[in-house]
Write a protein that binds this ligand. Structure first.
Ligand SMILES: [Zn+2]
Length: 226
């Protein structure tokens, strides 16, 4: 899954508006960002097989460190601990920020579950692999991801209000660009030259998206509820 993860991040802003959307975006894709590094380093393996599934050519040969349920829990706890302890998050002490960042990190696995083939391990070695394979259906894949993102955006826009033009349109434009790029790349099914090339592009793309989310989010202020 790609843009659907950001829907969870956008919705989570409602629970703790002090948290930057940039951090929430990073948490929602934390294991995929790790995955790009692990693939680049040769620790995890992906093969590009055009036509493998209607909506994805990616054969995830091995990715237990980033996409097993067991390690997803570990990464969630780690992110929780980092936000709890690191000095840069000091202003968030006493809020739900650490808990939310950990939960959003863990949510990644549960959102990948419906779309991946049954190749997501529960743990290591020969452990059971799961996945409902929605990537076999292009229309359903696009519909699910777009709906998740738009649902998150709707919650985000109700939980915060704009401070100036950037705040008014910024995040909506970012989401529109994400939907356009995601839909075009999914429909075109243009395979990347290699797994490692995709990992490098993916790494920078994830960081740039987080950067934009953080920048645009600075112009949204929390709507006070009761
Ligand atoms: Zn993933």
């Amino acid at each position: 899954m790609f843009i659907g993860h950001y829907g969870v991040a956008l919705a989570a802003k409602k629970i703790e508006p002090k948290l930057s959307l940039g951090w929430l975006f990073a948490a929602s894709q934390f294991v995929d960002i790790l995955w790009t590094m692990f693939v680049f380093a040769g620790i995890e393996h992906v093969e590009i097989e055009p036509g493998l599934m209607e909506a994805s050519p990616m054969n995830f040969v091995s990715y237990p460190y980033t996409h097993s349920l067991l390690m997803s829990v570990v990464w969630g706890v780690l992110v929780y601990a980092l936000v709890y302890a690191l000095p840069i998050f000091k202003a968030l002490r006493g809020t739900k920020a650490a808990l939310i960042m950990g939960a959003v990190t863990l949510s990644h696995w549960f959102l990948d579950l419906p779309v991946h083939r049954p190749d997501m391990p529960l743990a290591f070695g020969d452990s059971t692999k799961v996945g409902f394979g929605l990537w076999n259906n292009m229309a359903a894949t696009i519909a699910l991801e777009v709906l998740l993102l738009l649902g998150g955006l709707w919650i985000y826009r109700r939980a915060t209000k704009p401070d100036g033009k950037r705040g008014k349109y910024g995040i909506s434009i970012l989401c529109a660009v994400l939907i356009a790029v995601f839909t075009m790349t999914t429909v075109s099914q243009q395979p990347p030259p290699s797994g490692k090339a995709m990992a490098v592009t993916g790494f920078f793309m994830y960081l740039i998206i987080c950067g934009f989310a953080a920048w645009l989010d600075t112009r949204r202020v929390a709507v006070k509820t009761e």
